[in-house]
Design a protein around this ligand. Structure first.
Ligand SMILES: Nc1ncnc2c1ncn2[C@@H]1O[C@H](COP(=O)(O)OP(=O)(O)OP(=O)(O)O)[C@@H](O)[C@H]1O
Ligand code: SF4
Ligand SMILES: [Mg+2]
Length: 368
């Protein structure tokens, strides 16, 4: 087994070997496009299984396979978008990365260091560099604390500021997220949804993080202010050279803020690549279906019928055998029920991978 970005690859035939070698060239230092930074986060075979409890004497009756063997990397200054239907494991990945939960298996390497192998003191320090912006800005802010406490306490605790400098730091933060400086004495319920999300972003930035997980930061907001928050996040990411994972349901918003996109289905990444490649030339049947099912923002195409994704997402307690998408896939064949497809590069050197033989050529032609 040999690892490639966003995938694990096994060996099958000589033909395949040639394609994999060519694909891997994009990872050689000499072939690196100049805009690419060094890898800041590497996730290897990450798994998170939640126990299911049952019976009179509560015992484990099974597991929810929330994340089931996911590998990817994020370069410094890059935004990786994570998309997929509800329950596919997007937030679970985010929580493992920022340390809100521990993985069942797998490695999360940040700045070259395995987080699970760190001593508690070192881990506490590193954790300040990995922060999260949550979907619901209201429930993520303590309603009993005013904004000064919400923002100043972590800065003082982690020695980002002293009592003498915290006032200036707070002003800088509020300016950065576009909030007036006189909000500090107010409580979260006194703000609109958009303002609350700005406070959530300010809190995430208060510890000067390098890495931000934005977990559906605009989904709970009014459509009219979603663009404002997206633009704010995008400009902050540039200004502060943040490395980000941006979680979203819709490919449109994710495409807008992301350099690359990973598409998830039932705990697995099924496609990953540059945002433009995944969005404009999707390879995996699931990604194609997601795009076809999305609302059309282009008025010229607005009359076109949306093709809704048919069938239920399978159970993450007993995931379908082989390719997990096979019960809903119009191209499914017998082998899809039996063999789990491996990630393959769609076009050599593109860094665009999909876990489907149909996406990779021969079978696609056979399917017509
Ligand atoms: N703490 C938990 N205990 C048990 N099961 C959990 C827990 N958190 C998540 N799950 C389950 O893990 C799976 C993945 O959940 P997750 O919240 O990561 O999905 P998601 O992709 O973020 O969905 P959404 O788009 O709705 O936010 C789901 O089946 C969910 O029910
Ligand atoms: S592997 Fe088979 S079932 Fe899965 S997406 Fe490809 S064609 Fe469909
Ligand atoms: Mg979620």
């Amino acid at each position: 087994m040999r690892k490639m970005e966003g995938s694990t690859v096994d060996s099958e035939s000589e033909d395949d070997e040639v394609q994999r070698n060519e694909g891997n060239n994009s990872e050689l230092p000499g072939k690196e496009p100049p805009e690419r930074g060094r890898i800041l986060l590497e996730v290897e075979n990450l798994k998170k299984y939640y126990p299911l409890k049952g019976g009179i004497i509560t015992h484990t009756t099974g597991y929810t396979h929330a994340v089931d063997g996911v590998s990817f990397s994020v370069r410094e200054g890059e935004t990786l978008g994570l998309v997929g239907e509800s329950g596919c494991g997007k937030s679970t990945i985010g929580r493992q990365i920022v340390g809100l939960e521990r993985p069942t298996e797998g490695i999360i390497r940040y700045d070259g260091k395995d987080l699970s192998a760190m001593k508690p003191g070192e881990l506490r320090q590193i954790r300040t560099q990995l922060q999260m912006v949550f979907q619901d800005p209201y429930s993520s802010l303590n309603p009993r604390k005013h904004i000064y406490e919400i923002l100043a306490q972590p800065m003082l605790y982690h020695h980002i500021a002293t009592k003498a400098t915290v006032g200036k730091e707070l002003e800088r933060l509020l300016d950065m997220v576009g909030l007036s400086r006189n909000v500090l004495g107010r409580y979260p319920h006194e703000f609109s949804g958009g303002q609350r999300q700005r406070i959530g972003i300010a809190r995430a930035l208060s510890l000067n993080p390098r890495f931000l997980v934005c977990d559906e930061p605009v989904s709970a907001l009014d459509v009219s202010i979603q663009a404002q928050i997206l633009n704010l996040l995008k400009s902050l990411q540039k200004e502060l050279n943040l490395t980000c994972i941006f979680v979203g349901h819709g490919l449109g918003a994710v495409n807008y803020v992301s350099d690359r996109i990973a598409v998830m289905y039932l705990g697995k990444i099924v496609e990953i690549g540059k945002a433009a490649d995944v969005f404009r030339s999707p390879a995996h049947p699931y990604t194609k279906a997601l795009i076809a099912a999305a609302p059309v923002p282009d008025p010229e195409k607005a009359g076109q019928e949306r093709k809704l994704l048919e069938g239920e997402v399978g159970s993450s307690q007993e995931p379908p055998s082989g390719c997990r998408f096979h019960p809903r896939c119009p191209f499914a064949q017998e082998s899809c029920r039996q063999t789990e497809p491996q990630m393959r590069e769609v076009k050599p050197g593109s860094g665009h991978f999909a876990a489907c033989p149909v996406a990779n050529g021969k079978e696609a032609r056979a399917h017509g």
